[in-house]
Design a binder for this molecule. Structure first.
Ligand code: ATP
Ligand code: MG
Length: 298
């Protein structure tokens, strides 16, 4: 047999496959980066990052969660233990590693994570004097999807889980983001601190990232038995208008149990009301993204 048998000219069949694949390949575009931020602690930022990320991935999006909180709750909640955090967002932020090196797969198909470690708490001391200190995350995310065509390693959404503070980490997330997603807990002091957060967003807009917008406000831990919860929903809707998503995340014990198993609630109990709510939120976010694209094209 001749050695060239592997180099047969393409048959009609293979060439038509090539044509079909080329037609299906979309040109690469940057991912949408959403920073999940609220300087108030315990309002559901991490729970939203994990479960919104999982819900978006379940719908077919390719999602990267960047854990930018030294507490590392998003990393733990997704079952990524410390041994699998050899390269973390700390290494990325200090400039020792590209973001690609920190990314690990999770048990959820199409959902990846860049984990964090406690080292991140010292970042401000280490890079606080650097000129580009607020742009570290933006520079790190810029090379994502830089290939010519969308491939399996590209992302359609990047969700950044912020710490409960308006510190340099959160400012980096805001400088890197297209938009901010604000979880607000349905409790008495829900609106307290929101104006401070909005003020910071305005400052970042004028100094670092002119295109930054508020994507939306998601009300979390809603308890229908509590009259106060309904009052908070009414107040927040009055203050923030259409920015508040229709979907409200209920207080649900399955949501709070899931992280101790290292699982998103959608994997732990797909049928519970918490999972259903996060799936609705993902659908709403995709719809809002479509509207944003249509408006910017008009
Ligand atoms: N819908 C919910 N139902 C029940 N418990 C919830 C719900 N959402 C969040 N929790 C619980 O509330 C606590 C705080 O949530 P989470 O860690 O997501 O908040 P956070 O804003 O990320 O906190 P931090 O500011 O410390 O980072 C957690 O114990 C979480 O399991
Ligand atoms: Mg958190």
């Amino acid at each position: 047999m001749s050695e060239t048998s592997d180099l047969q000219p393409e048959t009609d069949e293979t060439s038509s496959q090539v044509v079909e694949l080329a037609a299906r390949a979309e040109p690469a575009k940057p991912p949408r980066v959403l920073a999940i931020a609220n300087q108030k602690g315990g309002v559901g930022k991490t729970t939203t990052a994990i479960n919104l990320g999982t819900a978006l991935a379940a719908i077919g999006e390719r999602v990267l969660i960047i854990d930018l909180d030294p507490q590392g709750n998003a990393s733990t909640g997704l079952g990524i233990d410390r041994r699998n955090r050899r390269c973390s967002t700390y290494d990325v932020m200090v400039g020792d590693a590209p973001l690609r090196d920190a990314i690990v797969a999770t048990a959820v198909p199409r959902l990846s994570l860049a984990p964090s470690t406690m080292d991140l708490s010292g970042l401000e001391l280490e890079i606080g004097q650097a000129k580009d200190r607020a742009y570290r995350l933006r520079s790190a995310t810029a090379p994502l999807n830089a290939g010519k065509f969308v491939g399996v390693n590209d992302f359609s959404y990047v969700l950044v889980d912020c710490p409960p503070s308006l510190n340099l980490l959160t400012v980096n997330a805001m400088a890197a983001a297209n938009a901010i997603l604000v979880p607000l807990q349905c409790e008495f002091f829900a609106l307290e601190g929101l104006s401070q957060l909005l003020k910071t967003v305005e400052q970042v807009k004028t100094t670092l990232n002119p295109d930054l917008t508020i994507h939306g406000v998601v009300l979390t831990m809603f308890d229908a038995r509590n009259n106060l919860s309904n009052q908070v929903v009414a107040d927040v809707r009055e203050f923030m208008g259409r920015k508040v998503y229709d979907t409200i995340i209920p207080r649900n014990v399955r949501v709070s149990e899931a992280p101790s198993y290292g699982k998103p609630v959608l994997v732990y109990d797909l049928k519970c009301v918490g999972s259903e709510a996060y799936l609705r939120l993902a659908t709403e976010i995709i719809q809002r993204e479509k509207e944003i694209r249509e408006n910017s094209a008009a």
